[in-house]
Each structure stands twice: as structure tokens, then as C-alpha cells.
Design a binder for this molecule. Structure first.
Ligand code: NAD
Length: 263
């Protein structure tokens, strides 16, 4: 049988290092037969990405800062010159000033609110608009990454929870807008992961441990499970799924309280 992503090619945005969620997805997409292009934020991340990209047979990497229109214009122009059409984009990008990922939500500044929502939510709309002409002929899939802090309060997640709520809403609006063009739009919602962005959140280690001890599966998400979910959503197996938020969190989201053994 052909591999599920055979003949499909896509852009992976947001690999910072080999613990990045985007990297877990890239490996799973590659194993499933996809051809990959990567975008990264600035030269330093580019240097780290190069040897990783090589291991999945990718020869296309481009610098794209999602806050900078000129950088996005250049990046998508270069991508379109390399591949006139693509089948999927993985958007695994978020940011908030670390000083506001702790303490009270009351201390959210206007500047960091705008910056966080710009990078963590608007960028998905912007990427969708830019990828649309490259997908409109054959259809495609857009994937983003969210977290349950969008609709439940997780201490210290603060402005990022608001950004993820907006991102999940954007996923539904995009799914409806792009549905007639055969483009599906979904979000994966993993439990806490030990990544660069994850470590910036106050009390990250406690959140990780709490989820690990209390989730129905008594385990956190893995890069492999997140990657497998991305392959399902981007492949024909996900053909009738759009506007969906899929949790990959060991079932943690069903809980109303910690397990009895941990009280
Ligand atoms: P990560 O630090 O490995 O990746 C975050 C990426 O965002 C980095 O590659 C960084 O370069 C990129 N980025 C930030 N600002 C950018 C900008 N202006 N332009 C371009 N790129 C920019 O961390 P991660 O945990 O793999 O994060 C990926 C996604 O997964 C994020 O949306 C995050 O919110 C989400 N997520 C993470 C967790 C977790 O616990 N780590 C849980 C659920 C969802």
C-alpha cells in the first residue's frame, strides 16, 4: 500500500530544535512519505535547523518572521518558485514575553497582548491567505497547534490562553471560509511538552508532572503521537475532518479533578 502522505508536499513552520513539536510532526510526515520545506525565524535558528532538515531529505529552508510582512512576502515567493503548489502547512508558532507567562493576568500589558496575539493567532490567518493560492487547485490542509489553556484556566498561561482561544476560533472561521476550495483547517491540542516555548511558562515542570500523574493514560503527549495525529489530519484519512481541535493529552481534558491516588 502507498504511504499515507506519498506524493504530498508541505511547509513546516516553527522548528527551533529537535524537541520542537514542529520537528516531531516533520519526522512523522517524512516517514509517511511527504516531501518537506521548512521556515525558521532568523539565522541562529536556521543554523540549528539545517542538519535536522537534511535528515528528512529536505533541501528547502527559508527565513520567515511572521511579524514582518516583507519577510513573509520573500519567504512565500521563494516557496512558490520552488513548488508552485503545496498540499499542507504546519503552523507551530507562538510567543509571549516570558515576564507575562507568570503571575496575574491583571498585569498583561497592551504591548505584549498585541505582540502575543499577532504572533500566536494573526500569523495563522496570514499564512492561510498566503498558502491559499498554492492549494486552491488540488485542495490541501492547514494545521496549527493549540493548548487547552484556551478554554480552561491554567495558572501562568495567561495571555497565551487568550491567544489560543482566538487561534481556535480562527481555525473554525478558516475551515468554513476555505471548505469550498477543498482546504481543511484543523488544530492539534497537545498536553504540556518540554520545548523551548513550553519552558517559558511559569511552573512548566509542575504542569508537566501534574498532567503526567493525572491524565487517564497517566502519561503526557509524545512527539510521535502528535506527529501521527498530524499525518492523520493531513492525509486522506482525515478527508472529512475540518474545523476540529484534536487533543493529544493522554485524555487530561476530561478530568473534573485530580485522580484519587494523588489527593
Ligand atoms: P518551540 O519553542 O520549539 O517552537 C516555537 C516556535 O515558534 C519556534 O520555532 C520559534 O522560532 C517560532 N516563532 C516564535 N516567534 C516567531 C516569529 N515572530 N516568526 C516566526 N517564528 C516564530 O516550542 P513548541 O512547544 O514546539 O511550540 C510550537 C507550538 O505548539 C506553539 O504554538 C505552542 O503554543 C504549541 N503548544 C505547545 C505546547 C507545549 O507544552 N510545549 C503544548 C500545546 C501547544
Amino acid at each position: 500500500a502507498p504511504l499515507p502522505m506519498q506524493g504530498k508536499r508541505g511547509l513546516i513552520m516553527g522548528v527551533a530544535n529537535d524537541r520542537s513539536i514542529a520537528w516531531g510532526i516533520a519526522k512523522a510526515m517524512h516517514a509517511a512519505g511527504a516531501e518537506l520545506a521548512f521556515s525558521y525565524q532568523g539565522e541562529a535558528f536556521g543554523k540549528r535547523l539545517e542538519p535536522l532538515a537534511e535528515t528528512v531529505g529536505s533541501d528547502f529552508m527559508v527565513d520567515m518572521d511572521v511579524t514582518d510582512d516583507a519577510s513573509m512576502d520573500r519567504g512565500f515567493e521563494a516557496l512558490a518558485a520552488h513548488w508552485p503548489t503545496i498540499d499542507f502547512v504546519v503552523h507551530a508558532i507562538a510567543f509571549s514575553d516570558k515576564s507575562e507567562l507568570t503571575g496575574r493576568i491583571l498585569n498583561t500589558s497592551r504591548a505584549n497582548f498585541k505582540h502575543s496575539l499577532d504572533i500566536s493567532c494573526y500569523s495563522f490567518l496570514d499564512v492561510a491567505r498566503r498558502a491559499h493560492p498554492m492549494m486552491v487547485e488540488n485542495g490541501g490542509t492547514l494545521l496549527t497547534l493549540t493548548y487547552q489553556g484556551s478554554n480552561r484556566v491554567v495558572p501562568s498561561y495567561n495571555v497565551m490562553g487568550i491567544a489560543k482561544a482566538a487561534l481556535e476560533s480562527a481555525t473554525r472561521y478558516l475551515a468554513n471560509d476555505l471548505g469550498p476550495d477543498g482546504i481543511r483547517v484543523n488544530a492539534i491540542s497537545p498536553g504540556p511538552m518540554k520545548t523551548l516555548a513550553g519552558a517559558a511558562i511559569g511552573g512548566a515542570r509542575k504542569t508537566f508532572k501534574h498532567t503526567d500523574m493525572n491524565a487517564p493514560l497517566r502519561a503526557n503527549a509524545t512527539l510521535e503521537a502528535i506527529g501521527g495525529t498530524a499525518v492523520y489530519l493531513a492525509s486522506d484519512a482525515g478527508a472529512c475532518t475540518t474545523g476540529e481541535i484534536i487533543r493529544v493529552d493522554g485524555g487530561f481534558h476530561v478530568l473534573g479533578m485530580p485522580q484519587a491516588e494523588n489527593l
